[in-house]
Write a protein that binds this ligand. Structure first.
Ligand SMILES: [Zn+2]
Length: 553
C-alpha cells in the first residue's frame, strides 16, 4: 500500500487492506459442506445498501444443513416476513458474531425455543435473545437449515461475519475460508461525466478521447469465479492518473448502519434503472460514513488545458486477479471552468448540513440536516388530479438525483370527500404505475408521513380490506396436504397484521411476503372431523378481513 502515502486522504480511516492481516485466519469454517460457490459477493451495490455478506449457493434447494462456523453460543434468533427472513446469530469468544439468513428452520433445541416464543407472543415475527450458556454450540455443529425466507430471490444462504461490539461487517473470505477464483473481473462499462455541461460520455469502445471540462469517471465491473454466478461484485477498484493512484474503492469492511451511502457512490439513476453499478470517482461531502473510497481531492479530474494524460482503470477480485483498461485523455485548449450550478436549474437552495423546511401552499417538507449528500436546489411542482384528494406534489433535487439519506417528514393538505374517514386517508408516492403507501397520521387538516424518497406524492384512501383465500384446500373435502396455504393481499396500504385461530386457539401461520402466502403446518393440530379455522388480516389503514373456513381431517 505504499502508493497511498503521497495522497491527500479525505477522511481519517486507516487503509482497510491492513485489516486483513489482523483477521484470524482459519478460525472460522464454512457454514456449508463442500466448495464455496457464490451468487453474490460481499459489499455488492444494492439499492439503498451494500450487500452485508456472502450469498452462498445451495444447489437451488432449501433445507441444506448449516453448521456453526466456530465455537460459541446462539445469541439471537429473529424472524420476519421481509429482509433476512429467519436469521440465526452465533456469538464467538474472539469478538466476532456469525450471522445466517433466509433460513428455512432452526435445528434441535433452538427450533423448539423459537416456536415456544412465537406461541407465547402470538406472533410469527419475533426477535429472541439468548444468554451465554443457554444454547452453546461447537464448531461444525448443525444449527439450522438453509432456505429462501424473507426478501430472498431464490434458495441460498446469506452469511456474515460481524465485529460484535461495533456492528461492522467484514468480508468472510478475508478470514481464509476455502474459496477458488482464478477468473479475472470484467470491466463492463466506463463513463466520463463532464462537470460543465453535464455530458455523460460512454468510453466502452474508444480508449483515446478529448474532453473540454473537468470530469469524473464511472466504472462498472463484475467478477466471476469457479462455482459462482457470472456477474458478482469485484473486490476493489483502482484508478491511476499518470501512474499515481487517484482513486481506490475497497470493499473489505463497512458499518451496516451507514451503508445507505452506496446510493451516493454510484450513478444512482442508471443503477436504479438498469442495476448496473457505475462506481464514481467523485466525492459528495455528505457520503462519507466510515467506509469510503480514498481519492485525490474530490475525485474530479482537473487537467490543464492542452495536456494529455494516461488514466488506468483496474478492477480486482479478492484473489487479486485484475483487468485493466487504459485511456488517453486530452484536455482541449478551450476547456470551460466548472461551476457548481447550471443556470437552467432553479429551486429552494438547501445547505445539506442544515435542517430546512420547504413550504408550499399544498405541502411542506421538514428535512433534517444531512438528508442530502451535498448542497442542492430542491425542485417543487404541483398538478391537479381528480383521482386524488390533493394535488400531485413533486419534490426532488435538481442537481444530484439521489434518494434522501434519511427520513424526512412530508405534510400534505387535501380535500377529503364527505363519508371518507381521515383514518382511511393515506399518503402515497406515485412511481409510474406503482403507487406506494406510507403510514400516515392526521392532525389539524394535515396528513403527514415519514418518507425516505423523493418524487411525486398525493393523498388517497384505502377502504378496501385485504383479500383472503385458501389456495390448496377445498372446503368439505378431507385435507390432504400437511401445510395449509392461504393467499393474503391488500390493494394499497399493505398487510399490517395477520392472525389465525384453529378451533378458537391462536395457531402459528408463517407469512412469506414475497409470495403473499400464509403457511400453517397442521401436523398434530387438527382433530378428527371438522375444525374451524378463523383468519384475520388487517391492512395499514385498519381495514379488517375476518374469514372462517371449515377444515375436515
Ligand atoms: Zn445476501
Amino acid at each position: 500500500m505504499k502508493r497511498l502515502l503521497p495522497l491527500l486522504i479525505f477522511f481519517t480511516f486507516p487503509p482497510l487492506t491492513l485489516l486483513a492481516q489482523e483477521l484470524p485466519q482459519g478460525y472460522f469454517a464454512s457454514p456449508l459442506k463442500g466448495d464455496i460457490g457464490l451468487s453474490a459477493t460481499f459489499a455488492e451495490c444494492r439499492i439503498g445498501h451494500f450487500h452485508g455478506g456472502l450469498d452462498m449457493r445451495t444447489g437451488g434447494a432449501v433445507d441444506r444443513p448449516v453448521y456453526a462456523v466456530a465455537d460459541g453460543y446462539i445469541s439471537r434468533v429473529s424472524i420476519s416476513p421481509w429482509g433476512g427472513g429467519k436469521i440465526l446469530y452465533i456469538r464467538h469468544p474472539n469478538s466476532y458474531t456469525s450471522v445466517y439468513m433466509h433460513l428455512n428452520g432452526f435445528a434441535g433445541e433452538t427450533g423448539r425455543l423459537v416456536r415456544e416464543e412465537q406461541y407465547s407472543q402470538q406472533s410469527f415475527s419475533i426477535v429472541k435473545d439468548f444468554n451465554e450458556g443457554q444454547l452453546p454450540v461447537r464448531k461444525g455443529q448443525l444449527v439450522a437449515y438453509s432456505g429462501n425466507t424473507g426478501g430472498s430471490g431464490g434458495p441460498h444462504l446469506h452469511f456474515e461475519l460481524r465485529k460484535t461490539n461495533t456492528g461492522h461487517t467484514i468480508n468472510p473470505l478475508r478470514f481464509g475460508l476455502p474459496y477458488h477464483d482464478s477468473m479475472k473481473p470484467t470491466i463492463r462499462g466506463l463513463k466520463i461525466y463532464t462537470i460543465n455541461n453535464k455530458q455523460t460520455i460512454d468510453v466502452t469502445d474508444n480508449n483515446t478521447l478529448t474532453v473540454n471540462s473537468p470530469f469524473y469517471i464511472g466504472v462498472y465491473a463484475t467478477d466471476a469465479a469457479e462455482g459462482s454466478t457470472p456477474k458478482n461484485g469485484t473486490d476493489h477498484i483502482e484508478v491511476l492518473l499518470d501512474g499515481d493512484l487517484f482513486f481506490l474503492y475497497t470493499t473489505e469492511s463497512f458499518n451496516l448502519d451507514s451503508s445507505r451511502v452506496v446510493n451516493a457512490l454510484v450513478d444512482y439513476p442508471l443503477f436504479a434503472a438498469k442495476r448496473q453499478a457505475y462506481i464514481l470517482t467523485r466525492a459528495l461531502p455528505g457520503a462519507e460514513g466510515d467506509w469510503i473510497p480514498v481519492r485525490q481531492g474530490d475525485g474530479i479530474f482537473r487537467l490543464a488545458p492542452g495536456t494529455t494524460h494516461k488514466i488506468q482503470i483496474r478492477a480486482y477480485d479478492i484473489k487479486d486477479n485484475y483487468t485493466e483498461r487504459t485511456l488517453t485523455v486530452t484536455m482541449s485548449n478551450n476547456g470551460i471552468a466548472a461551476s457548481d450550478f447550471n443556470t437552467m436549474e432553479s429551486g429552494d437552495y438547501v445547505d445539506y448540513t442544515h435542517a430546512v423546511t420547504i413550504r408550499r401552499p399544498a405541502f411542506s417538507a421538514e428535512m433534517p440536516a444531512y438528508t442530502l449528500y451535498a448542497n442542492d436546489l430542491m425542485h417543487c411542482a404541483f398538478k391537479e388530479d381528480s383521482r386524488y384528494y390533493s394535488p400531485l406534489c413533486t419534490i426532488e433535487p435538481s442537481i444530484n438525483a439521489i434518494p434522501p439519506h434519511q427520513h424526512y417528514k412530508l405534510n400534505l393538505r387535501g380535500k377529503i370527500p364527505t363519508g371518507i374517514s381521515t383514518g382511511n386517508v393515506t399518503l402515497v408516492r406515485i412511481d409510474g404505475k406503482r403507487v406506494v403507501a406510507y403510514k400516515t397520521t392526521y392532525s389539524d387538516g394535515i396528513f403527514s408521513a415519514s418518507v425516505r424518497d423523493f418524487g411525486t406524492f398525493a393523498l388517497t384512501c384505502d377502504t378496501v380490506p385485504p383479500k383472503v383465500s385458501l389456495t390448496n384446500y377445498k372446503e368439505g373435502k378431507p385435507l390432504k396436504a400437511r401445510v395449509l396455504k392461504i393467499k393474503i393481499s391488500d390493494d394499497l396500504a399493505g398487510i399490517e397484521t395477520y392472525n389465525c385461530y384453529l378451533n378458537g386457539s391462536w395457531i402459528l401461520a408463517e407469512y412469506d411476503a414475497k409470495s403473499a402466502t400464509l403457511f400453517i403446518d397442521t401436523q398434530g393440530k387438527l382433530r378428527a372431523g371438522q375444525n374451524e379455522l378463523r383468519v384475520e388480516v388487517a391492512d395499514g389503514c385498519g381495514n379488517l378481513t375476518r374469514r372462517t373456513f371449515t377444515i375436515s381431517r
